[in-house]
Design a protein around this ligand. Structure first.
Ligand code: PEP
Ligand code: MN
Length: 356
């Protein structure tokens, strides 16, 4: 994949974090304009507002629809900001393109559906517009990548993603679990893909926006999409996770942006030590597997079953207790041993001739 950076004139895409902000929903012309003017006054360059809102249940506020696009046009003209909105169908794409929307995003409830993503991709054929793809509501990296590939397949090159957390049945601290390892793995697989974090939808609460934004910066994310509203308490959707432009400015000023390329001498020395230890770990693992295969041969010759449950439980218990005395989390040790045991069993099954 050959992606292009999300270049918008006047927006430095290398200056972390690139900020996209604005209300969850466009509600009225007055609300959109008041929020937009305050945001622009803080030096923000990209304004967001939902025009069509996917709601869990019918009867809620489903967005103002096409009329809101005229308000976004006014935002563009009067504040000079770029404007972004969510598209979920072919009609949304056509209407938003007609209204000169500068950037589209695909919502989490749309990314889950390959038919819907393909419909959007087909209607974007031949266009050159930046598209940000939110993660699907369920923690499925392949589905997320599939959506990226569909949009790429339509010829769109300025693609980015938005990490907005993943749905879970029991909600505790977060509205949507961050499961940071998923966007981290996406970064590993597609290093050129810009990643935005949406702390509003992950946290679901105003007070989580600052710490989640900081975490995203510490994980080298490129940008933030944060919901802001001129009067969050009276917002028609997602009111608990929107902040005023003033609070937004305060949160952004508090962020500490650590420069990832600057490594000190000390750090490279420590990294050398880690490399060496990893090498030793691999050598030990390879030796352990060799012995395990020898045990497999013995079990075969003596007609013994591969799985010896009491021995496995003993290993798990003893090692995790031993680990504790060495400041190692027992669950962590158990997980590692489970993986190692699974591989040992697989190798012994091959010896037994039960598996290829
Ligand atoms: C939104 O950005 O307002 C929205 C509906 O987000 P998500 O698709 O992440 O739920
Ligand atoms: Mn929202």
């Amino acid at each position: 994949m050959e992606l292009k950076p999300i270049v918008l004139p006047g927006v430095d895409h290398l200056q972390r974090p690139v900020i996209i902000t604005g209300p969850c929903s466009a509600e009225s012309e007055a609300q959109v304009m008041e929020t937009a003017y305050s945001i622009a006054a803080k030096g923000i360059k990209i304004f967001r507002a939902g025009i069509w809102k996917p709601r869990t249940k019918p009867g809620g506020f489903e967005g103002v629809g096409e009329i809101g696009l005229q308000w976004l046009k006014r935002v563009k003209k009067e504040t000079g900001m770029f404007v972004a909105t969510e598209v979920a169908t072919r009609d949304h794409v056509f209407e938003a393109l007609n209204a000169d929307v500068d950037l589209f995003w695909i919502g989490a409830r749309t990314t889950v559906n390959p038919f819907a993503v393909q419909e959007i991709a087909d209607s974007l054929k031949g266009m050159d517009i930046p598209v940000l793809i939110k993660n699907p509501v369920n923690p499925d990296l392949e589905l997320w990548i599939g959506a990226i590939e569909r949009i790429y397949g339509a010829g769109i090159r300025r693609i980015g993603v938005i990490h907005r957390g993943f749905s879970s049945y029991d909600k505790k601290i977060y509205r949507n679990l961050p499961l940071w390892h998923i966007p981290i793995e996406l970064r590993r697989r597609m290093p050129a893909l810009p990643i935005f974090c949406d702390p509003s939808h992950i946290g679901g609460k105003r007070e989580l926006i600052a710490p989640l934004s900081q975490q995203a910066m510490d994980l080298s994310f490129d940008g933030l999409m944060i919901e802001s509203h001129c009067n969050p308490d009276s917002a028609w959707s997602d009111k608990d996770q929107q902040i005023t432009p003033d609070v937004l400015d305060y949160v952004l000023n508090l962020l500490v942006i650590r420069n990832e390329v600057q490594t000190t001498e000390n750090l490279s020395e420590l990294r050398r030590q880690i490399d060496h230890i990893d090498e030793q770990l691999l050598e030990l693992l390879s030796k352990r597997m060799r012995i395990s295969r020898e045990i497999g041969v013995y079990k075969k010759e003596h007609n013994m079953p591969v799985l010896q449950s009491p021995r496995y439980s003993e290993i798990l218990e003893k090692r995790s207790r031993m680990g504790e005395t060495m400041e190692l989390n027992p669950d962590f040790i158990k997980n590692i041993l489970k993986e190692i045991h699974e591989e040992s069993v697989r190798q012994q099954m091959i010896i037994m001739g039960n598996e290829k």
